[in-house]
Design a protein around this ligand. Structure first.
Ligand code: ADP
Length: 598
C-alpha cells in the first residue's frame, strides 16, 4: 500500500461488503442466549402494551355506555401491572445489553490489538500511528451501543411493527391500508439517501483518522515543535484538520435531517388523513367505524411511526458502524508477511556465526536498498558497522532479526536459513537495542526486567551492577522502585542506554544488535557506557552501528557500508592501511574524536 500521512485520506471502499456484517455476527454469536432473554423481555412487554389502545376502544365503546365501573377498574389495574412489568423488563434489558456490548467490543479490541502485535515493521512504516490508534480505540468503542442495544432494539422494533400492523388490521382494514400509503414515499427517501449517507460516514471516519494521526504526531514531536517555535503553525494545521472533521460530520448528519422530518411529515399527513376520513365515515355510518375505533386507531398510528423512526436512526448508526467496521476488519485481515513458514522449526541454541549471502532488499518496490550484500562473522566477535547516513546499516541489522523479509539471497545463522525457523525462537536469542533506548512507564526495576520477565530482583540488580548502571539508579529517590514515565523523560540519554544494557544482559542473547546513540555524552558517562558495553559484549556475536571511536577501534572487525553494499571489511588498522573509503570517513568525520582520544 502507498505511504499514508495525516493529510492523506485513506482509500474508501466503493462497494459494501455484506460479509463484514456476517463477521460481526460471529462476535455476537456466543451471547445469543442472553440476547434471546433480552429480546423475550422486550417483546413480551411491548406486546402487552399494544393492548392499551384496545382497552381504550373497549372502555369508550362498551364499558362507558354500559356504565360498567368494575370492568373499567379491572382494566386500569391490568394496565398498571403491564406498566410495572415493562419497567422491570427495560431494566434487565439495559443490564444485559450493556454487558454484551462491552464484552463484544473487548473481544474486537483484543483481536485487533493481538494482530497489531504480529504485523511486521513494514505495516507501521506505511501509516501514521494515530491512524492505527483510532481504529483500536475510537472506532471499536463506537460499535458498543450498536452491537448490543442496536440489535435488540431493531428486532424489537421490527416485531413491534408487525404487532401493531396485526392490531391495526384487526381493528380496521381500510383505515390500515390508508395509513400504509406513506410507506412507498419513505422507501423513496431511503433509496435516495442510502449511498450518499454511507459515503459521507466513510469520509467522516477518514477525517477523524487524519485528525488523530496529527494529534499523535504532534504529541510525539512536542519537544521539536517547542524548540523550533512551531506551535502556531501546528495549531493552524490542527484547526484545519479539526474543521475538515467537523464539516465531514455535519455533512454526514445532514442526511438525518432529511430522514427524520420526512418520517414526521409522512406520519402527520397520514394521521390527519385518518382523522378526516374516519370522522367522515363515522358521520356517514360507513364501514362500521366508531369513536372508540378511531381513537384506538390513531393511537396505533403514532406507535406505528415510532419504531420506524428508531429503525431509521439505527440505519444511520449502522452506516456509521459499517464505515468503522471496514477499517477494523481491514486491520484484522492485514496479511502478516513476516511470519513462520509452514515447516518452520525452532532455532537451535545460537553459537553466533552470521552469514549474509547475496542479500538484496527493498522497502518499497523498485527502490533497492541492499544490493547483493555478503559477509560471514565468527561466533563471539564484535562487528562495527560504519558508513554514511542512509547507507543501509540499520537495514542490515533489521534483517538479521528478520523484521523484514529479504527480496533475494539468504541470511544464515550457524548455517541455518533464518526464514526456516520460528520467529519467536530466533528473536528470543537476540538482543536489540535501538538508538533511542525505549523506556516504558513503570519502575526502573520493571524496565530492566522487561528483558526477562522471570528474573528475580537480585538478578535485575546484578545485571545493573555488571553494566555499571547500579550507582546512578541508587542515587534516584526510590532506587530501583523509582517510577519513570513513557520514553523515560526523567532519565538522561546515557542513563537510558545503561538501563537498556542491563535489560539486554538479563535477556542474555546469543547475538546482540546495538544502534549506538550519536548524541554527545560527557566523558564520565562515555567511560561508564564503554565499560558497561564491554561487559555486555563478552561471549556473544555483536553488531554495533558504531559512532564512538572507542567502539569502532575495539571491534573485532569493521564493515564499511555505502549505498547498500559492503565496500570494505577488516580491522581498524587494516582499513586505515587500505586508505580507502573507511580511511576517508575516518579522517573527515572522526578527526575531532581522535583529538579527544589523544
Ligand atoms: P543507515 O542506518 O545507514 O543510516 P538505513 O538502513 O536506515 O541507513 O536506510 C537505508 C536507506 O533505506 C535510506 O535511503 C532510507 O531512506 C531507506 N529507508 C530506511 N528505512 C526505510 C523504511 N522504513 N521505508 C522506506 N525506506 C527506508
Amino acid at each position: 500500500m502507498a505511504r499514508n500521512k495525516y493529510d492523506i485520506d485513506e482509500v474508501i471502499e466503493d462497494k459494501f461488503d455484506l460479509n463484514q456484517l456476517k463477521r460481526v455476527f460471529q462476535y455476537v454469536k456466543p451471547y445469543r442466549g442472553q440476547l434471546a432473554i433480552a429480546l423475550f423481555l422486550m417483546l413480551s412487554s411491548s406486546a402487552l402494551t399494544m393492548l392499551f389502545p384496545m382497552f381504550i376502544s373497549e372502555i369508550m365503546d362498551t364499558y362507558i355506555p354500559e356504565k360498567n365501573i368494575r370492568a373499567i377498574v379491572v382494566i386500569t389495574i391490568l394496565s398498571l401491572v403491564i406498566v410495572l412489568y415493562t419497567c422491570v423488563c427495560i431494566r434487565f434489558k439495559i443490564r444485559i445489553t450493556s454487558r454484551i456490548g462491552q464484552a463484544i467490543v473487548h473481544q474486537l479490541r483484543s483481536d485487533i490489538f493481538c494482530h497489531l502485535q504480529e504485523l511486521p515493521f513494514s505495516y507501521y512504516d506505511d501509516r501514521p500511528h494515530g491512524k492505527i490508534q483510532v481504529r483500536v480505540v475510537n472506532y471499536v468503542n463506537s460499535l458498543s451501543d450498536l452491537l448490543s442495544n442496536g440489535i435488540i432494539n431493531t428486532i424489537t422494533d421490527m416485531c413491534n411493527l408487525i404487532f401493531i400492523l396485526i392490531f391495526m388490521f384487526l381493528l380496521h382494514v381500510r383505515l390500515t391500508l390508508i395509513c400504509l400509503c406513506g410507506l412507498p414515499v419513505l422507501m423513496g427517501v431511503i433509496v435516495f439517501v442510502k449511498r450518499r449517507q454511507r459515503r459521507a460516514w466513510q469520509i467522516q471516519s477518514n477525517k477523524q483518522s487524519n485528525l488523530t494521526a496529527y494529534i499523535a504526531e504532534s504529541i510525539n514531536g512536542i519537544r521539536v515543535t517547542q524548540s523550533f517555535v512551531r506551535e502556531r503553525e501546528n495549531t493552524s494545521i490542527f484547526n484545519y484538520l479539526s474543521d475538515s472533521y467537523r464539516s465531514a460530520w455535519m455533512h454526514a448528519v445532514k442526511y438525518n435531517f432529511i430522514m427524520w422530518p420526512c418520517i414526521d411529515s409522512i406520519s402527520t399527513v397520514t394521521t390527519a388523513l385518518i382523522y378526516v376520513i374516519g370522522i367522515g365515515w363515522i358521520s356517514g355510518g360507513l364501514y362500521g367505524v366508531t369513536v372508540g375505533i378511531l381513537i384506538a386507531f390513531t393511537s396505533y398510528i403514532s406507535r406505528f411511526w415510532e419504531p420506524i423512526n428508531t429503525l431509521a436512526s439505527f440505519y444511520n448508526s449502522l452506516l456509521t458502524a459499517i464505515a468503522y467496521l471496514e477499517r477494523i476488519f481491514e486491520t484484522i485481515d492485514e496479511p502478516v508477511n513476516v511470519k513462520d513458514s509452514e515447516e518452520a522449526v525452532p532455532m537451535p541454541p545460537i553459537k553466533g556465526s552470521v552469514a549474509f549471502q547475496d542479500v538484496c532488499f527493498s522497502y518499497e518496490d523498485g527502490v533497492q536498498i541492499l544490493n547483493k550484500v555478503s559477509f560471514t562473522t565468527n561466533p563471539g566477535d564484535t562487528y562495527a558497522i560504519v558508513g554514511p547516513t542512509g547507507a543501509g546499516k540499520s537495514t542490515i541489522v533489521n534483517l538479521i532479526s528478520r523484521f523484514y523479509n529479504v527480496d533475494s539471497g539468504k541470511i544464515l545463522i550457524d548455517g541455518t536459513d533464518i526464514s526456516s525457523v520460528t520467529l519467536k525462537s530466533l528473536r528470543k536469542q537476540m538482543g536489540i537495542m535501538m538508538q533511542d533506548s525505549f523506556i516504558f512507564s513503570g519502575t526502573i526495576m520493571d524496565n530492566i526486567r522487561y528483558g526477562n520477565l522471570t528474573a528475580t530482583d537480585e538478578e535485575v540488580i546484578t545485571a545493573a551492577k555488571t553494566v555499571c548502571a547500579h550507582d546512578f539508579i541508587m542515587e534516584m529517590e526510590n532506587g530501583y522502585q523509582t517510577q519513570v514515565n513513557e520514553r523515560g523523560s526523567r532519565l538522561s540519554a546515557g542513563q537510558r542506554q545503561l538501563i537498556s544494557f542491563a535489560r539486554a544482559l538479563l535477556e542474555n542473547p546469543a547475538i546482540l544488535i546495538l544502534d549506538e546513540a550519536t548524541s554527545s555524552i560527557d566523558t564520565e558517562t562515555e567511560i561508564l557506557l564503554q565499560k558497561g558495553l564491554n561487559r555486555l559484549l563478552e561471549g556473544r556475536t555483536s553488531f554495533i552501528i558504531a559512532h564512538r571511536l572507542s567502539t569502532i577501534k575495539n571491534a573485532s572487525r569493521i564493515l564499511y557500508v555505502d549505498k547498500g553494499k559492503i565496500l570494505e571489511a577488516g580491522t581498524h588498522e587494516e582499513l586505515l592501511a587500505q586508505k580507502g573509503e573507511y580511511y576517508k570517513l575516518f579522517m573527515s568525520q572522526y578527526d575531532f574524536l581522535v583529538s579527544k582520544q589523544n
